[in-house]
Design a protein around this ligand. Structure first.
Ligand SMILES: [Cu+2]
Length: 79
């Protein structure tokens, strides 16, 4: 067993429920906003489910930053 003190591959994945996304344009706007957050690694919106799955480096960003990015784009995060 080796213990790696500073593992660089640390990441968190969260799912946000977003209101107001109606079309492909919305999907792309939200994905782009999420990816623009420093530390974001991937963002995948499911239009039918009204959710966004975001993976990010927890040392650089958190859920609050992701919610703010979505809201600045004009959408509401319901949970
Ligand atoms: Cu749209």
């Amino acid at each position: 067993m080796t213990s790696n003190a500073s593992s660089p591959g640390h990441e968190s994945t969260i799912v946000l429920h977003i209101e107001g996304m109606t079309c492909n344009h919305c999907r792309m706007a939200v994905e782009r906003a999420l990816l623009n957050v420093p530390g974001a690694k991937s963002a995948k919106v499911d239009l039918a489910a009204s959710t966004a799955q975001v993976t990010f480096d927890p040392a650089k960003a958190g859920r609050d930053e992701m919610v703010r990015a979505v809201e600045e784009e004009g959408y509401r995060v319901s949970s």
